[in-house]
Design a protein around this ligand. Structure first.
Ligand code: ZN
Ligand code: ZN
Length: 462
């Protein structure tokens, strides 16, 4: 049974921005007690908010303990829960708070004499005011701090004073992230933060948006780094239990300007396709990259995702070859836009020459194909789609090498194309139009064209 605060002789009040657990510790300490395990357990249930009925029960217990002198905000405390693993960043509640380990800004603590609620937010590691790292492990005994182990007046169980602990400077990213969190509208800041508002970035977002942005960013990163074959294998297994990543890449990502963002995403994408020589890359429905694009196409987004969404959508507009097939087809990000354009220009000229020699598709045949072959038959058939992309890649590489048209004898002799395909005047249009045509021809014809193209452009020695 926990004894209500009204029955203690010394009754300290809770400060603005003070951590609830820190307040209870201070209150108990003022009366010569430590935090009881049972109380710590109740705090843990409220802070983490995992099970469905434990947090309301814990809330009621703690409110009873505090009595009428301190009213806890019920909606704030009970709205949080751990992010589920697969919310795709759409989860609208913030994650639970960290009751362990207890973190301190050594300087804030010695100046104010109480611990801040801000330090309980998951992943926070620095004080934005003092720009130092938060202290969470005793320098003397090496233990991480917990409320029930701490001795009154900010001493570790081993006797080491916390307010006299050595300080370490925070890294730039730790600081950025702390500023990001401190800038949330719904975080209860101590009054000493009032005059350092300019250090935090633009306001207008909530904690849940920050954490949803982090989760989304980590999914985006996964999408960019992994490919379909390895998608079941986490990149770094030590983080596999975390619902979102908290590393610097993502923190910087959600705080970056649109230009920086684009640059970062492209760089990582280029790394993924390093070594691909083809102009086009095909990405299957099962690939994380494809899932990322679905993020962009669907869903309502939070404050931070919106910015990333706009940049990703622009990138897709620049790099995607839009075809009515289920795989996504990209221009190889490893090939620079300038080189890609040169490549496309050569293809346009080469194709203009080649298409002059290819016979017309019989109008009746064309009509037959158009009436029988809608909707596109290649949709969802990965092997046909790969054949299609292979044809486009071989044509563009043979054009790039300025291959002799006599090598394409069989293609010229056997293939028939509609009139529109002869009149392609824009370099960026050739692959698009050829691709569109290949999506509507029957499968057997696609394979036939594929074998003719392979005859003209045999596999290069690797
Ligand atoms: Zn501080
Ligand atoms: Zn210690």
């Amino acid at each position: 049974m926990l004894i209500p605060h009204s029955q203690y002789p010394v009754r300290q009040t809770m400060k603005k921005g003070e951590s609830l657990a820190g307040y209870l510790y201070r209150f108990q300490g003022g009366n010569g007690h430590r935090i009881a395990r049972r109380l710590e357990h109740t705090l843990g249930a409220l802070y983490r908010g995992t099970a469905t009925d434990a947090p309301p029960a814990a809330f009621d217990t703690l409110q009873m303990l505090l009595g009428t002198s301190t009213e806890l905000d019920r909606t704030w405390w009970l709205r949080k829960r751990r992010l589920p693993k697969c919310s795709n960043g759409h989860e609208n509640s913030r994650p639970g708070l960290d009751v362990v380990p207890v973190r301190f800004c050594v300087l804030c603590l010695s100046e104010c004499g109480f611990d801040f609620a801000l330090w309980e937010l998951p992943q926070i590691a620095a004080c934005p005011v003092h720009q130092i790292r938060l202290y969470e492990r005793c320098v003397l005994c090496g233990k991480t701090f917990s409320w029930s182990d701490l001795m009154p007046d900010w001493f570790c169980a081993c006797g080491q004073s916390i307010t006299n602990a050595p300080i370490t400077l925070a890294s730039r990213n730790q600081l950025l992230f702390a500023q990001l969190l401190a800038g949330s509208e719904d975080v209860d800041l101590p009054s000493r933060f009032n005059n350092c508002d300019e250090s935090s970035i633009s306001k207008g977002y909530t904690l849940s948006e920050v954490y949803a942005g982090l989760e989304w960013g980590s999914r985006l990163r996964k999408a960019l780094c992994r490919d379909g074959h390895r998608s079941h294998k986490p990149i770094q297994s030590k983080w596999s239990h975390r619902p979102y990543w908290s590393d610097d890449w993502i923190v910087v990502l959600i705080m970056a300007s649109p230009d920086e963002l684009r640059h970062r995403i492209l760089r990582i994408l280029a790394r993924r396709f390093r070594g691909h020589k083809d102009l086009l890359c095909s990405v299957s429905k099962l690939d994380w990259l494809y899932r990322m694009m679905q993020f962009v196409d669907t869903g309502s987004y939070g404050y931070f995702q919106m910015k990333i969404q706009v940049v990703v959508a622009q990138m897709l507009a620049d790099y995607q070859l839009k075809l009515p097939i289920s795989s996504a087809v990209f221009y190889n990000p490893w090939i620079s836009p300038t080189r890609r354009y040169e490549n496309q220009t050569r293809l346009m000229h080469w194709w203009a020459n080649l298409s002059k020699r290819i016979g017309d598709l019989d109008p009746e045949m064309l009509r037959y194909q158009q009436t029988t072959v809608i909707p596109p038959i290649k949709y969802g058939k990965r092997e046909y789609e790969l054949e299609l992309v292979d044809i486009l890649n071989r044509l563009s590489s043979v054009a790039f090498e300025q291959a002799d048209l006599t090598d394409c004898r069989a293609l010229i002799y056997w293939w028939r194309i509609p009139k529109e395909l002869r009149e392609l005047r824009s370099p960026s249009d050739v692959l698009q139009q050829l691709g569109l045509h290949l999506t509507v021809i029957p499968d057997y014809e696609l394979y036939f064209v594929g074998s003719l193209v392979r005859l003209a452009c045999p596999e290069k020695p690797a």
